[in-house]
Design a protein around this ligand. Structure first.
Ligand SMILES: CC(=O)SCCNC(=O)CCNC(=O)[C@H](O)C(C)(C)COP(=O)(O)OP(=O)(O)OC[C@H]1O[C@@H](n2cnc3c(N)ncnc32)[C@H](O)[C@@H]1OP(=O)(O)O
Ligand SMILES: CC(=O)C(=O)O
Length: 526
């Protein structure tokens, strides 16, 4: 597939995406993101603005030697030359030349007020800046895209001038002009109309660069394509300045799966979920669970009625097969579950409950009763699995018997609060009495419990508590309120979440800790 030919998928995660508040990428991060984007099969990767900061300059230096891109080519971003100087003498243009990127994307003003107020130059000089910069870079052997900044607002204010800017770019040899909704204020039908008018007027290749300030960045990008655009820009996970850019994966998935356009190499879209999450790991922004196509909730079903239909045919409650974007359908168990939800969740966890409708009814009722007391199973699959095992096998898995536990918190001579827990239990026929210390009561209990159980089951040494969340509900009751604790435990290979509920945070934590250890031991011992 010719990714630099018929239709351009252009990623700007590492340039406009990095303009997102709080998002900071090292050179190594950028190299890793570029590899992931290449795996996704985008045609163009905008790596940053060489010359604007040492990191972006370094990225292009290292990329030329270290990246072995199979699908994509690199684009370096910069602006047209400064007013009043030759393109060849502009140090910023020199940095673009020296980046060794085969493509350069130049941001150009196409809005008269921006030319006069922000550039503080004449409309004529701005046209010359566009013309000179493009032709200079073309003569230096690079291919050029233009990002026509504030194009839609500029077109509405002075259509003639906005089109003159595009004409100057095309005449000088720009391959495509991306019309930018820089302030993100457009709606889809406005974008569609303007894009088709521009194509009719210029005959050149037109692209779209949409920001999400109206919540319409993806819709605007799709409208542009329907209006004739053949170059689409966006960012993974919709990162970007202010409210972000068009989410590139959502845009591409809509183009491929809804409009039947082939814009990525065959089979690449099925990697979308993995790649979106891998990029999120690098940016250190947790992936949004409700993100279209790739979010963990994108194909998660909570309502009992949905599950009952899904049992017959999953497509009754999903707009497409999640496999197409590398995602999975998940059933959530909660007080909104019906018997079908429990049966399907059981199947997901490896239990065939279909021949025992009474058991399904009992488990459904038990889930609703426990949820009314404050438990939540949709976030705590491991506690639900233990509940299911108890129902199926007639008893909860028991690797240890707790005799008693207690915990105290006192101040040390240095004035710090320290906690000490004592746990008495029996495991594998042996009685253990163990004391653990910690920087808080739950930490002390966790240490004592794992030390005691670890003597009978050494694999417990690998277990580690990695997340701890407390939620107080019945807010009216103040310190008497019911407390829910969710604990995430790992054995180094995978992790699981358990829930505990109690009238105080220690009691609730204890329940979640016991479930966490029991679930982990069951995984190792069956
Ligand atoms: C719409 C967008 O998101 S475009 C991308 C924007 N991204 C960034 O700005 C991030 C990287 N930017 C930077 O590191 C810096 O702003 C730099 C290195 C580019 C420039 O820094 P400085 O030289 O200190 O200038 P400063 O940022 O204050 O102002 C920008 C200058 O570029 C000029 N400029 C703005 N747009 C253009 C353009 N399309 N063509 C030519 N010049 C332009 C401005 O008029 C201003 O000129 P002046 O220095 O003569 O006043
Ligand atoms: C170029 C760009 O990022 C914009 O106009 O939004």
């Amino acid at each position: 597939m010719d990714l630099q030919g018929a239709f351009h998928v252009y990623d700007t995660t590492m340039r406009d995406g990095a303009q997102q508040e709080g998002l900071n990428l090292s050179v190594a991060d950028k190299l890793n993101i570029a590899r992931l984007l290449d795996e996704l099969g985008v045609g163009f990767i905008e790596g940053g603005w060489p010359g604007a900061n040492p990191k972006d300059t370094e990225f292009f230096r290292r990329a030329a030697d270290e990246l072995d891109l199979r699908n994509a080519v690199l684009a370096a971003f910069g602006s047209t030359r400064k007013a009043g100087i030759a393109a060849a003498d502009d140090p910023q243009i020199a940095a673009l030349r020296e980046s060794r990127a085969p493509w350069v994307t130049l941001v150009a003003k196409s809005h008269t007020r921006h030319v006069e107020l922000a550039l503080r130059t004449t409309l004529e000089e701005n046209l010359a800046m566009v013309r000179d910069s493009v032709s200079h870079l073309r003569e230096s052997g690079q291919q050029v895209f233009i990002d026509a900044e504030h194009f839609f607002d500029g077109y509405r204010l002075d259509r003639g001038y906005a089109l003159e800017v595009l004409a100057a770019a095309f005449e000088a040899g720009a391959e495509a002009v991306a019309l930018c909704d820089t302030n993100g204020g457009m709606l889809p039908h406005w974008v569609g109309e303007i894009v088709s008018e521009v194509i009719a007027e210029t005959g050149g290749r037109v692209g779209i660069h949409a920001h999400n300030d109206t919540g319409c960045a993806v819709a605007n990008s799709i409208a542009a394509v329907e209006g004739g655009a053949t170059h689409v820009q966006g960012c993974i996970n919709g990162y970007g300045e202010r409210t972000g850019n068009a989410d590139l994966i959502t845009t591409v998935a809509n183009l491929e799966l809804k409009l039947g356009r082939t814009v990525l190499p065959r089979g690449r879209l099925a990697e979308a979920t993995r790649i979106a999450h891998a990029v999120a790991d690098i940016t250190n922004f947790p992936p949004a669970s409700r993100q279209p196509y790739v979010g963990t909730s994108a194909f998660a079903h909570k309502a009992g009625l949905h599950a009952s239909a899904i049992k017959i045919d999953p497509n009754l409650y999903q707009h497409l097969d999640p496999v197409e974007v590398g995602n999975d359908m998940r059933l959530l168990v909660s007080d909104m579950a019906g018997r079908a939800s429990i049966e399907l969740k059981g199947m997901e966890l490896g239990f065939d409950l279909s021949s025992d409708p009474d058991l399904i009814t009992r488990v459904t009722a038990r889930v609703k009763e426990l949820e009314s007391q404050g438990y939540t199973f949709e976030a705590a699959d491991a506690s639900f699995e233990l509940l299911l095992v108890e129902a199926v096998e007639g008893a909860r898995p028991a690797y240890f018997d707790i005799e008693s536990w207690r915990v105290i918190t006192e101040t040390s001579p240095a004035g710090e609060a320290v906690s000490e827990a004592t746990v008495k239990l029996k495991a594998e026929g042996v009685r253990y009495v163990v004391t653990g210390e910690g920087n808080g009561p739950v930490n002390a209990l966790d240490h004592a419990l794992r030390q005691a159980i670890g003597q009978a089951f050494p694999e417990v040494a690998k277990f580690e508590l990695i997340d701890y969340k407390v939620r107080i509900f019945d807010q009216g009751h103040g310190t008497d309120a019911t407390t829910r604790v969710l604990i995430e435990t790992t054995d180094g290979e995978s992790s699981w979440v358990t829930v505990g509920v109690g009238h105080n945070v220690i009691e609730a934590s204890w329940g979640a800790l016991i479930d966490g250890l029991t679930f982990g031991l069951r995984r190792h011992h069956g």
